[in-house]
Design a protein around this ligand. Structure first.
Ligand SMILES: *Cc1c(COP(=O)(O)O)cnc(C)c1O
Length: 404
C-alpha cells in the first residue's frame, strides 16, 4: 500500500468525530471466537461485536454467501425486489408469528419503522388522539431522534432540540407503573424482552404477561425490541417464544446479519397494511448482499441443535463465573439468559466495570460492559467449549490483578 501515514489509534483522534472512546487495540482479523490485532496479539472474543457476531468471525457459510452474492448483484434499490430479500423474508415469516417483513439497515432503523407503523396504525384505526408511546426507564432502542427519545435514558436524547412528543417511561418489572400511564390514548408499548444496555435485566413472567394484557385492554400494540435478544441469543430463535407472550411487532438486527448491517421489522398482515406505498422506505433496506448473508445466518440458527447448545454454553459461563467469584468475591450476581450474561460487581467494586474490561483485554479476552457496574458477555452462539474455558481463565487473571 502507498499510504504516507500510520494507521494507528492516534489517527482516530486526528480524523474521527470524537463520539466514541475506542480501546488502544486495533483488531485486523478474526476466525471463529479468536481475534488478532495489528501486533498479532490474540484474543478470545466474549464480546461478539456487541451481540452481533452470532456465528463468530468469518464463518465459512457466511463468507460463502457473501462471496457468492458479491459476484451476482449487490444493490438494486426498492424500485425492484430481489431474491435474497424474498428468501430471507419467507424464512422469517415461516419461523415466527409474523406474516410480513420490512427490511432496514440497523436496529434503530427497524425500531423507527415499528414506531412509525404503530402511530400510523393508531391514526387510521382510532383517530388522532391515540399517539402515546409507553417505553421503559433504562431501555435502549437506538440513536435516531425518535428511538433515542423512546429509550429510557433522558441524557441520551437531551441537547438536540425539541424531542418527538407523547413518549412516557414506566419502570421495568413494575406493572403498576405501566397501569398508571396506560389509557385508550396509548398507541404502543415498546419493550426489550430482556433489557440489554440497561443492565441485563430479565422480565418476570407476570410482568411481561401483564404488559400484554394491558395492551389488549387498551387497544395498544405491543412492540418487542429483539435487536439484542433475537437471532438465537437467549436460546430461542426469538425471546418471545420462551416467554409465552406474542408481540404485535418485533424488531431484529444485530445477530440477524452476523456482522453485516441489516435490520428487520416483523408484524402481521393486518397491522402491516397501514404502511401503504410511499409511507416509509430506505435506499438500502432489503439490499441483496446483506439479505444473502442474513439468510445464511437464519439457516444455521434455526437449527435446534445450535439453539440447544446456547443453553449448555450459558451454563458453562455461569459455572465458570461463579467459580471465579468463589475465589475473589467480586460479583453480587450473575444474571441474564442464554449467551447474554451480566456479572454484577459487588459493593466493593462499584463503578469499575470498565476497569475489568480493560484488564481483561490486557490478558487476551474481549468483554463488554452494561453500565458502570456490570461486565457483559455476548459471545458467538457457536463458541467452542475450549474457547470458553480459555477465555474464562484469562478473565480470571484479569480479576486477580484488579483484586490484588
Ligand atoms: C443495539 C440496540 C439497538 C440499536 O441498534 P443499532 O443497530 O445500533 O441501531 C436497538 N435496540 C436494542 C435493544 C439494542 O440492543
Amino acid at each position: 500500500m502507498s499510504e504516507q501515514f500510520s494507521v494507528n489509534r492516534e489517527l482516530f483522534d486526528e480524523v474521527m468525530v470524537p463520539n466514541y472512546a475506542p480501546s488502544a487495540v486495533i483488531p485486523v482479523r478474526g476466525q471463529g471466537s479468536r481475534v488478532w490485532d495489528q501486533q498479532n496479539n490474540e484474543y478470545v472474543d466474549f464480546a461478539g461485536g456487541i451481540a452481533v457476531n452470532c456465528l463468530g468471525h468469518c464463518h465459512p457459510a457466511l463468507v460463502g454467501a457473501l462471496k457468492d452474492q458479491g459476484e451476482k448483484i449487490w444493490h438494486l434499490s426498492n424500485v425492484m425486489t430481489n431474491e435474497p430479500a424474498l428468501r430471507l423474508a419467507k424464512k422469517l415469516v415461516d419461523n415466527t408469528f409474523a406474516e410480513k417483513v420490512y427490511f432496514a439497515n440497523s436496529g434503530a432503523e427497524a425500531n423507527e419503522s415499528a414506531l412509525k407503523l404503530a402511530r400510523r396504525w393508531a391514526l387510521n384505526e382510532f383517530g388522532e388522539q391515540k399517539t402515546q408511546i409507553i417505553a421503559f426507564k433504562q431501555g435502549f432502542h437506538g440513536r435516531t431522534f425518535f428511538t433515542v427519545t423512546v429509550g429510557g435514558q433522558e441524557a441520551y436524547s437531551a441537547g438536540f432540540g425539541p424531542r418527538p412528543a407523547d413518549i412516557v417511561h414506566a419502570e421495568y418489572n413494575n406493572l403498576d407503573s405501566v397501569k398508571a400511564l396506560i389509557s385508550d390514548k396509548t398507541c404502543a408499548i415498546m419493550i426489550e424482552p430482556l433489557q440489554g444496555e440497561g443492565g441485563i435485566v430479565s422480565p418476570t413472567p407476570e410482568f411481561i404477561q401483564g404488559v400484554r394484557e394491558l395492551c389488549d385492554e387498551h387497544n395498544a400494540l405491543l412492540i418487542f425490541d429483539e435487536v439484542q435478544t433475537g437471532a438465537g441469543r437467549l436460546g430461542a430463535l426469538y425471546a418471545y417464544m420462551d416467554l409465552g407472550v406474542t408481540p404485535d411487532i418485533l424488531t431484529s438486527a444485530k445477530g440477524l446479519g452476523g456482522g453485516i448491517p441489516i435490520g428487520a421489522m416483523l408484524t402481521t398482515t393486518d397491522i402491516a397494511k397501514h404502511l401503504v406505498i410511499g409511507t416509509h422506505g430506505s435506499t438500502y433496506g432489503g439490499n441483496p448482499l446483506a439479505c444473502a448473508v442474513a439468510e445464511a445466518v437464519m439457516d444455521i440458527i434455526t437449527d435446534d441443535t445450535v439453539l440447544a447448545a446456547v443453553k449448555t454454553k450459558s451454563q458453562q459461563y455461569i459455572d465458570g463465573l461463579n467459580a471465579i467469584n468463589a475465589k475473589y468475591d467480586v460479583f453480587k450476581e450473575i444474571r441474564g439468559k442464554g449467551l447474554l450474561l451480566g456479572a454484577v460487581l459487588n459493593d466493593k467494586y462499584q463503578g469499575r466495570a470498565k476497569d475489568f474490561l480493560v484488564a481483561a483485554m490486557a490478558e487476551g479476552v474481549m468483554t463488554l460492559v452494561a453500565g458502570a457496574n456490570i461486565i457483559r458477555f455476548a459471545p458467538s452462539l457457536i463458541i467452542p467449549e475450549e474457547d470458553i474455558t480459555e477465555g474464562l481463565a484469562r478473565f480470571e487473571k484479569a480479576v486477580a490483578k484488579i483484586v490484588s
